[in-house]
Design a binder for this molecule. Structure first.
Ligand SMILES: C[S@@+](CC[C@H](N)C(=O)[O-])C[C@H]1O[C@@H](n2cnc3c(N)ncnc32)[C@H](O)[C@@H]1O
Length: 223
């Protein structure tokens, strides 16, 4: 894992270039018509064919658009059919802004599947004192508190804790409807888009999942 300092230097140096690249893509290259599926933060291994994959890391991973997700998303208004992000938004400093941007880019009736570390499960497992559930990534920790801290903040890589009620509030305020929690790997309300994403997800505890997955839709015209 890149140190926090190295990451800060990277974003400081590359930030303006990513901003320009994102703006150029949005205004000159982003599709105006046709089906558009957007995958935010594919990372090193999760590139999805047939999707427009957006990431800041173009060095050890593969992406189609090099952009900083803290900026406005590099897509035109109401042009995206489906958006997918998995273990990405907890790295962003302002998820309210993120969901407003996702909502802006989605077509009416478009859908977003978003996943990240499951704060509800972590709190329950902390109260149960279940150290096994947490493991000891990224730092070796023996105590339940240390493991909980690992899970929630991941060596300060994560900037927020994701619980269902929090996502429901923030996504609802951004204008999303039909919000539903899904089981990682196994469940989607929109298989026409997200079936192929399920193979990229993993879960070792389906009763108390490590990943919180929520799907929501932008209201269709006239709703
Ligand atoms: C923990 S990885 C998750 C990768 C993959 N989605 C997965 O589930 O394994 C987080 C990804 O989000 C990307 N990311 C985090 N913050 C970002 C930002 N501000 N702009 C662009 N990409 C970002 C990282 O580069 C990385 O590829």
């Amino acid at each position: 894992m890149l140190s926090r300092k190295a990451k800060a230097v990277f974003y400081y140096a590359a930030g303006p270039l990513m901003q320009i690249n994102g703006l150029i893509y949005r205004h000159f290259r982003a599709p105006k018509k046709g089906e558009l599926k957007v995958h935010l933060g594919p990372g090193q291994k999760n590139y999805l064919d047939g999707w427009v994959n957006v990431d800041a890391n173009t060095f050890t991973g593969k992406c189609d658009v090099w952009a900083d997700l803290r900026n406005p998303l590099p897509f035109r208004n109401e042009t995206v059919d489906a958006m997918y992000s998995h273990h990405v938004i907890e790295h962003l400093p302002n998820i309210e802004h993120h969901f407003k941007e996702a909502h802006r880019c989605l077509k009416p009736g478009g859908v977003y599947r978003v996943g990240g570390p499951n704060g509800d499960s972590a709190i329950a497992k902390f109260v149960e004192n279940d150290k096994q559930w947490f493991g000891d990534f990224p730092d070796k920790r023996d105590s339940i508190g240390g493991r909980f801290e690992n899970f929630v903040f991941c060596r300060q890589e994560h900037l927020t804790i994701l619980t269902y009620s929090y996502l429901e509030e923030v996504m609802g305020k951004a204008g999303f409807i039909n919000l539903q929690q899904c089981k990682c790997v196994k469940e989607t309300n929109h298989p026409e888009f997200f079936q192929e994403c399920l193979s990229k997800e993993s879960e070792s505890d389906f009763d108390v999942p490590h990943t919180l997955i929520v799907e929501g839709a932008k209201p269709a015209k006239g709703v």
